[in-house]
Design a protein around this ligand. Structure first.
Ligand SMILES: NC(=O)c1ccc[n+]([C@@H]2O[C@H](COP(=O)([O-])OP(=O)(O)OC[C@H]3O[C@@H](n4cnc5c(N)ncnc54)[C@H](OP(=O)(O)O)[C@@H]3O)[C@@H](O)[C@H]2O)c1
Length: 252
C-alpha cells in the first residue's frame, strides 16, 4: 500500500506516518520542515520518500507528486492533513495576512495536495482522497474566524469533490477531529473536552479511512457535540459563546 501524508512533520501527521510505517506501508511525507520527515524515514529506509514542500506552492506539490508516482506508482491514499490555526480579529489590519495564510493553507493547500495525484489515481480507478477538516467548521467559533471559515470551506470542498468523483473508483473521505493533543492546541486558553492523543487520533483516522465511510467526526463524543452545534439556534449559540476566550493571535 502507498500513502501520502501532508503535514507529517508534527502532531497528527507524524502520528499517522508512524501508524502507517508500523503497518508496512510505503509513504510519501510532505511538510516544510524536512528534518522531522528524515527522522521518520530513517526508521524504514527505502519505504519513505520525504519532500520539503509548502502545500501553498503548486509547482513544489506537483514536483513531489510526480517524483513519488514515478518511483512507486499511484497512491492508494492521499491525506491532506497540513493545516494552521491562528486567532484573527477583523478590526486588526495585520490579521488580514494571517487570515489569508489560514485560507491558503487549509483550503487551497488541500486542492494543491490532491490535484497532482488525481490523474494517476483516476487512471488506476482506485484510491482515497482524505481531507482533515475539523468540528470547528460546523459553526463560526469566536476568535477563530479564519480557522472556522477554512474548515467549513474544506468540508464543502470535499463534498463537491466526492460527488464529482462518484463512479470514478475513487473515494473522498472527510474527517472532522475534535480536540487533539498537538503543538496546534498546546496554547489554547480554554477547556478542550474529550481531547485525545495524536496517536489515538491517528488510529481512529486510519480506521475511518479503512471503514469506507465518506464522513466522520472523531471521537464519538465530539460527533454528538457536532450534531448539537448544527441544530442549536443562533440565540443560544451566541449566549453560550459570548465572551469565550479566543485562539491566540500571532505573537500572543
Ligand atoms: N489538533 C487538533 O485539535 C485538531 C483538531 C481538528 C483538526 N485538526 C487539523 O489536523 C491537521 C493537523 O493538525 P495538528 O494538530 O497535527 O497540527 P500541528 O502539530 O501544528 O501540525 C501541522 C502540520 O501541518 C504542516 N503545515 C503547516 N503549514 C504547512 C504548509 N504551508 N505546507 C506544508 N505543510 C504545512 C506542519 O509542517 P511544517 O510546519 O513543517 O510545514 C505540520 O506538520 C490540521 O489540518 C488541523 O487543522 C487538528
Amino acid at each position: 500500500m502507498r500513502v501520502i501524508i501532508t503535514g507529517a512533520s508534527s502532531g497528527i501527521g507524524t502520528a499517522l506516518a508512524r501508524y502507517y510505517l508500523h503497518a508496512g506501508v510505503t509513504l510519501g511525507l510532505i511538510a516544510r520542515r524536512i528534518e522531522p520527515l528524515r527522522q521518520l524515514a530513517e526508521t524504514a529506509a527505502g519505504r519513505v520518500e520525504t519532500y520539503a514542500a509548502d502545500v501553498r506552492d503548486t509547482a513544489a506539490m506537483q514536483t513531489a507528486a510526480a517524483h513519488f508516482i514515478a518511483r512507486h506508482g499511484s497512491p492508494d491514499i492521499v491525506i491532506a492533513n497540513a493545516g494552521i490555526s491562528v486567532g484573527t480579529m477583523t478590526q486588526i489590519a495585520e490579521d488580514i495576512a494571517a487570515f489569508q495564510d489560514v485560507m491558503d493553507t487549509n483550503v487551497v493547500g488541500m486542492v494543491k495536495t490532491f490535484q497532482p495525484f488525481l490523474g494517476a489515481m483516476r487512471d488506476a480507478r482506485r484510491g482515497a482522497l482524505v481531507g482533515i477538516a475539523s468540528v470547528a467548521g460546523y459553526r463560526g467559533l469566536p476568535g477563530a474566524a479564519a480557522y472556522s471559515a477554512s474548515k467549513a470551506a474544506a468540508i464543502s470542498y470535499l463534498e463537491s469533490l466526492r460527488v464529482e468523483l462518484s463512479g470514478s473508483g475513487l473515494r473522498v473521505v472527510t474527517i472532522c477531529p475534535g480536540y487533539i493533543e498537538t503543538p496546534m492546541t498546546v496554547k489554547n486558553p480554554y477547556p478542550m473536552p474529550f481531547i485525545m492523543s495524536a496517536d489515538m487520533a491517528a488510529r481512529k483516522i486510519a480506521a475511518i479511512i479503512e471503514s469506507g465511510n465518506s464522513f466522520a467526526v472523531t471521537p464519538w463524543q465530539m460527533a454528538v457535540v457536532a450534531r448539537l452545534l448544527r441544530i442549536v439556534p443562533n440565540w443560544l449559540f451566541d449566549l453560550a459563546l459570548r465572551g469565550a476566550p479566543h485562539k491566540p493571535r500571532r505573537g500572543e
